[in-house]
Design a protein around this ligand. Structure first.
Ligand code: SF4
Length: 347
């Protein structure tokens, strides 16, 4: 049984190759993908548009596992929900469901933990276990779509959960292909955001892949010294912004630059002026995220006055500035707060 392949890990072309190898017609690929990713079939027996013989043969070669929900908590302040999802090997990740004015946003994980150890991030200090497989990345989205989002309602996906998606391109790129695919989730670039600390080489790989996704890069500092202090593995600012700019031009959409605003660290008027200079007249959107405090981290969120001063300096010349008042702060579901700690779920 365990030798059977998890079909959720296969890209559309790999499913097509398997279908051809089994001597089946090409349209079977479309049907199989639709059963898995659109109808949420949990077994081949449910795939009633396939012959009994094909269902049996698929079942001999493949399996369709599902991630299990180990726990969930809801925010009393804004209704966002954080879920602990368990993989077949017992590894757990967190994913967050947010809803505002009827629009759903799913924040999904791409790795179990994160190896990058950004000093302000609760995921980073928790260490790294492994990459998520393609099927495990997509299962988070499938779970929400089938169980929490009304049929035909639009939703957005942000790869801002545990891990950096561009460190796991082997699994994230096939997942993006299925998210884009007409027989998968049929989502266009405006609905998907890949958020990374910015590996210029991987950004360029994403650019040349033709996959359709928006890009968000965590900048968090206006000089390389501070950027390295906050994100020890981050590349230099100039080459990161050059790759982010080229990506924006290639997709004809702005790249988001995220800037976590931390009291006394990167929130000075000089920092704001530096950010304005770096970004002026370039195809970026700037998203200011006041730091979400968490137990055990000495960093602090700036006061509202400091946040307002920072924004006012940016506004005249920096492109498209927004402030993200994160949801889920009271359940540690906000940006940089995920840890996949079973204790938080009473387990
Ligand atoms: S901020 Fe992102 S990249 Fe940095 S440690 Fe946290 S999850 Fe990893």
């Amino acid at each position: 049984m365990t030798d059977r392949i998890n079909i959720k890990n296969l890209s559309p072309s790999q499913i097509a190759a398997a279908v051809a190898e089994m001597g089946e017609q090409r349209h079977r690929t479309r049907q199989i993908m639709q059963w898995i990713w659109q109808k949420g079939a949990a077994s081949f027996n449910e795939m009633t548009s396939l012959s009994l013989d094909l269902r049996a043969r698929l079942g001999e070669r493949f399996r369709i596992p599902e991630m299990q929900v180990a726990g969930s908590v809801s925010s009393v302040s804004d209704g966002s929900q954080k879920f602990l999802l368990e993989c077949e090997d017992g590894a757990v990740v967190e994913a967050v469901l947010m809803e505002a004015r009827g629009i759903y946003t799913l924040c999904v994980s791409s790795q179990v933990g994160c190896p990058l150890a950004c000093t302000f991030c609760r995921t980073g200090v928790g260490g790294f276990e492994r990459d998520l497989a393609t099927g495990e990345i997509l299962d988070q989205i499938l779970y929400f779509r089938l169980n929490h989002i009304p049929p035909r309602r639009r939703f957005n996906i942000v790869f801002m959960g545990m891990g950096d998606p561009l460190l796991n391109t082997a699994n994230v790129f096939p997942a993006l292909e299925i998210l884009n695919h007409q027989d998968g989730f049929a989502l266009r670039e405006k609905r998907i955001t890949v958020s990374t600390i910015g590996f210029p080489g991987h950004i360029r790989e994403l650019e040349s892949s033709g996959l359709r996704a928006g890009l968000a890069v965590s900048l968090n500092a206006v000089d390389d010294g501070m950027r390295k202090r906050l994100m020890p593995t981050a590349a230099g600012i100039d080459e990161t912004l050059a790759a982010a700019e080229d990506y924006a031009i290639s997709r004809n959409m702005r790249t988001t630059l995220e800037y976590v605003l931390i009291a006394g660290v990167n929130d000075s008027p000089e920092d704001a002026r530096g950010l304005a200079t770096l970004t002026s007249s370039r195809p970026f959107k700037i998203n200011i995220i006041p730091f979400n405090e968490w137990d055990g981290c000495g960093l602090k969120r700036p006061g509202e006055e400091t946040i307002d001063r920072f924004i006012k300096i940016l506004l005249p010349s920096a492109p498209a500035v927004t402030v993200r008042r994160s949801q889920g702060g009271d359940i540690c579901a906000a940006c940089g707060q995920l840890r996949a700690n079973r204790g938080e779920y009473g387990l």
